[in-house]
Design a protein around this ligand. Sequence first.
Ligand code: ZN
Length: 167
Amino acid sequence: MNGKNLAVADGTVVRIEYTLSLADGEIVDSSADDGPLEFLQGAGEIIPGLEAALYGMSTGERKTVVVTPDLAYGEYEPDNYQVVPLDAFEEDVPLEPGMAVEFFDEENDDTVEGYISEIQPDGVVVDFNHWLAGETLHFDVKVVGVRPALPEEIEHGHAHSDSHHHH
Ligand code: ZN
């Protein structure tokens, strides 16, 4: 099989260049910052709405994809916040609204990320919505590589790219 003409399908590793902007045109992310994104197609490594739009594309093809919140980072949930006591934060870190914070959730043995939305006298209001929750996302995406996944990649459920070795 000629890898150059391989189309995006489940079990292929895809590299894309992309620009992500919001409905008002503001650019919030771009592969120009960190280089192309590489992932295993069909493994849920990227948001469902973008993954679905890539099937059948091949190297060199470009597309504009509009993804609604339900197929991106979900709707914004107003109740998804917690007031965290001030003493839960390290004293030497100045707190300000918009700052990303991370907590260890012992119940789920995992870290959860949030954003400080407000600082009150008795605690810090932390918003646990994803920062792109509720947003309709506009991707300008270009496929810059498609290759068959390695057996280990299929087994692990993610691509093994040069910049992304974790085992
Ligand atoms: Zn792996």
